[in-house]
Design a protein around this ligand. Sequence first.
Ligand code: F6P
Length: 326
Amino acid sequence: MSNIKNIGIMTSGGDSPGMNAAIRAVVRTGIYHGMNVFGIRRGYQGMIEGDIYKMHTTDVSNIIQRGGTILKTARSKEFMTGEGMAKAYNELKKHSIEGLVLIGGDGTFRGAVKFFEQYTMPAVGLPGTIDKDLAGTDFTIGFDTAVNTAVAAIDKIRDTAEAHDRIFIVELMGRDAGYIALNSGISCGAEDILIPETVTNIDEVLDKIAAGERRKKTVQLIVVAEGDDYGGAKEVHESISKRFPELDVRSCILGHIQRGGSPTYADRVLASRLGHAAVNALRAGNTQVMAGIMNNEVAFTPFDKVVKGNMPISEDMLDMIRVLSV
Ligand code: F6P
């Protein structure tokens, strides 16, 4: 067991539903074990500015069900500079912080890898991102909620699309990752799903729409991830309208709605489990790792491995898109 007494916690990058549940779990597990827990506001930027305060169990009352993050978040450019990192380290030392819990996504872990190449401090990460684009975990905190939000929205779009016999394109979040689009699209019976991990052949997409029209499909839904190589809803909409000027086409960009809202039970349990595990890992001296969930067990992966590889898209899911939309 390590004798770390003072730990800092922060959320960084894009917020995700369940971050508050994770903060609650870290604060309460830390205090339960006699630690002092310090909240660092606005991620690495708050670390640089010394925006740090001591947290009590009551600071995390009534937040398990809330989206966003009570610690606020930011994407700090300054932290990626040598000067920014030096300032951050000095502030941590000034506040007598001896260990860190970092909650965030890809950018957060890239920042951590750079920081710990130069500075020594025990740290454990938690995967907090709707994108689910981190290796070392089957799920990330916020992903389940984001997909459920997208599914609820697409189901509504299907109702109106069917009423008008329309083709609808729905653009979902995911600059570099298609997991939200893939899982939402499959859940909503989309005709096609376009994601950054696979090359989009627009002629194949258009041929599929033509086949659907021949079979008199009343709705055709195309789900596209914002980072697809062909483009987003706008580009796909233009191509469909150009080839089929007679069809009624509409598109919808769901945007940041996917990042907000009350976390699902799955995200609350995941966040609580990983927050609890992170503090125990710090106590046990198992550090510079991300706590994730693999095969329903808590698993720890070194920071540099988390950012190096994405979880591959399962082939069976890609095949399923073609088969189930006949
Ligand atoms: O947090 C991940 C994410 O929502 C991506 O899916 C999206 O591309 C990006 O953040 C949007 O970031 P911002 O809120 O800074 O525009």
